[in-house]
Design a protein around this ligand. Sequence first.
Ligand SMILES: [Fe+2]
Length: 472
Amino acid sequence: MPVTDFKLPEKYQYLNGFNSYHESEAIPGALPVGQINPQKCAYGLYNEKLSGTAFTAPRHENQQTWLHRILPASAHEPFEPRETATFDTNPGSIHGTHKWHQIPNQLRWDPFDIDESVDWVHSLRLVAGAGDPTVKSGLGIFIFSAGKDMDPHSAFYSADGDFLIVLQHGALDIQTELGKILVRPNEICVIPRGIRYRVSLPDGPVRGYILELYQGHFTLPELGPIGSHCLANTRDFQAPIAAFDEDTSNTYTLFAKFAGHLFAAQQTHTPFDVVAWHGNYYPYKYDLARFATIGSIAFDHPDPSIFTVLTAQSDHPGTAIADFVIFPPRWLVQEGTFRPPWYHRNTMSEFMGLIHGEYDAKTGGGFQPAGASLHNVMSAHGPDAGTHAKASEAELKPMKVGEKSMAFMFESALMVGVTEWGLTKCAKVQKGYNAESWVPLKPRFKRPEGTQVMNGSANGKLGDKSQAPHWT
Ligand SMILES: [Fe+2]
């Protein structure tokens, strides 16, 4: 069945569809009919707009949602800086402790530790990225790990970008302003910029990866000759239905990630008081098992872009600030073909993670669930020596790869820098990545006997194996 067999059963209802215009009422009649701004809202609610794009963005890009709530989001005390010594996810920050390391080395990380001492807000570790949230440019790549629920009287939002959350361990019960979402391993969740939410952990400690998109929003990739469906289908994205609390007597702490720094403000009412909403700017989740994978049924194989779930394009169509790509279980049937990924150097940077199982292009055991790798712009990589040797001799019968496995990639046109935490403080970077993966590759070249070797010269002399080029 093309759905994940989750350990934790679903407990919420959802609205289906990607970038759909939805409306949802926790109390029937809460939304106005035929107008946006009635003089008096139903049930004494306040009407509030949440914009995800500029007002004048083209219609096909425009994202806005109208909230009908008990009190407006603005009813809070001023924000104050919080955890200034420890929370810093802006690499260009005044604290100066997270400047990017721009290095061409291939990097691979052991599984990141689970930290049970912190909640969601304090679990965010910037490991790599590019650009700057203050100019809405680029992306951040985070590792998160937490063992505590957020305080029941708290909420969090990021003003810096959209969170694409790839859960690896545990489960996330996310109460958002627009309703509740349960996220389990093999599901991803996108929480757009500005939406307030609270995370609790119904299945113990959690760990995973986040891509924060500082510019634009995720869209579905173009399908071109594939046609009108397959890959991630529109109907399989799930948005929450309206659900609200009513509490105007307790003090709540509202955390904000703003320019990579943490702030907090107090308010005397729950942030989760949206009784009804309508719009197309909302959080959503997606079960990766629903991805309708496309591949070669003859010979060779297409670029890994065929596995793109979501994309965020730059101003140049086809060139992404961020692609979210997965490597799901699939059949390989190509004839006469080296079936693992080819060796390559890519103008894009590739950050990979593993949710569970074993990635089929790396069988050496160094790329493990909750670990990661980074192959930056033009950093050469490909199958490790063992995988190459095995695949070169394998009988090419139909075979299933990636069974019970889910690897993913955050791919970007931008050069991705690594933070001080990602390179040294986390103490997870593997020293022997090259030595284990590609240094053991042996030359397989056999010079053909009795065949003239031209090597760029008309008389063929330069091709003589024993002859050193005259310019050395
Ligand atoms: Fe690659």
